[in-house]
Write a protein of this length. Structure first.
Length: 320
């Protein structure tokens, strides 16, 4: 019963956000014209946004290579294959929870159990970057006199919760990374991968520092992509407020349960909410968020799912 309720909830959220996005583009902006938008667009910036996509994923592939080296050494190309295969697998599950299993599937069978743990740890380190920049975004947002959804009391509570979550994430990633493994083995569909006996191992301080650092760099890269996409589509607003709005968009959208088909809509909805507070061109804001999702997630997922990678050095078996 609970599973059915969750599925209907995700479906309702997905439909609702797409209706909101469609209204903002076609209903609330009666004078919106794609032809005029094409004339005003800065194509050089759009090219830069596209070129930053592989750079962003290079940092993720490098991070995965560093982390998984304690399980199975990979070349940077095999690491990239594993990452994009995980992206494809993640699109089939809510909030990309299947991504760690997808990454581990590209490892040798005897290494997949620990690979799931390593991939989940990688995802958590990236979430740490999302929360860290999100906290900065909240501070900048409120300092500028803008509001989070709700009243002042709700905003203060939100800041406190964000700080608590940030501290908890740091403790889990840096001090007690093995707690994540013990959590994974409790997930039913993951038991066949990791088994019932936790295979505990600790990351070195050097690996932790490199991984968290690469997560922060990668986050800034795709945040800058969003900024440049908005500027390319002629959205004008103070630079620091645009960054803050983008960081808040990523922070709040990461907390919403979504499937692949609704993730882009949820992100567009939050971008309308936050970026829309500092610019009136909400139609372009929604369009920018959707286009960026296609570039950064849609294309890698398609490539990861359909390109025949072969065995290479990743140890992927024929049945996967």
């Amino acid at each position: 019963m609970k599973t059915v309720v969750v599925k209907y909830l995700r479906a309702i959220i997905g439909v609702a956000v797409y209706l909101i996005v469609a209204y903002k583009i076609f209903g609330a902006n009666k004078h919106f014209s794609f032809s005029e938008l094409l004339e005003r667009s800065h194509w050089g910036l759009l090219l830069v946004v596209t070129l930053l996509m592989p750079i962003s994923w290079f940092f993720e592939a490098l991070k995965w290579k560093v982390v998984v080296a304690e399980v199975q050494p990979l070349s940077i190309m095999d690491s990239w294959k594993s990452v994009w295969y995980g992206v494809a697998a993640g699109q089939l599950t809510p909030n990309r929870v299947g991504e760690p299993v997808g990454r581990a599937a590209m490892l040798l069978p005897q290494h997949r159990a620990r690979g799931v743990y390593a991939a989940a740890w990688c995802a958590l380190s990236q979430q740490l970057a999302t929360v860290s920049f999100g906290v900065v975004g909240v501070v900048v947002w409120l300092y500028a006199g803008l509001m989070l959804p709700g009243n002042i009391f709700v905003s203060n509570i939100a800041i406190s919760l964000l700080v608590i979550f940030w501290v908890a994430s740091v403790l889990l990633v840096v001090i007690a990374p093995n707690a994540l493994f013990r959590l994974i083995v409790k997930i039913p569909y993951a038991k066949k991968w990791v088994g019932n006996s936790p295979q505990i191992f600790a990351h070195s301080k050097k690996v932790i520092a490199i991984s968290v650092g690469l997560s922060l760099v990668r986050y800034f890269v795709f945040s800058t992509q969003f900024l440049l996409m908005l500027m390319a589509l002629d959205v004008v607003a103070p630079l620091h407020l645009l960054y803050a709005a983008i960081w808040l968009t990523y922070l709040f959208s990461s907390a919403i349960p979504t499937f692949a088909w609704s993730e882009a809509g949820v992100r567009a909805g939050f971008s309308i909410l936050f970026v829309g507070m500092i610019t009136s061109n909400t139609a372009v804001v929604a369009l920018a968020a959707m286009l960026l999702w296609i570039v950064n997630v849609g294309i890698p997922a398609l490539v990861g799912a359909w390109v025949p990678w072969g065995r290479g050095g990743s140890g992927r078996s024929e049945g996967i």
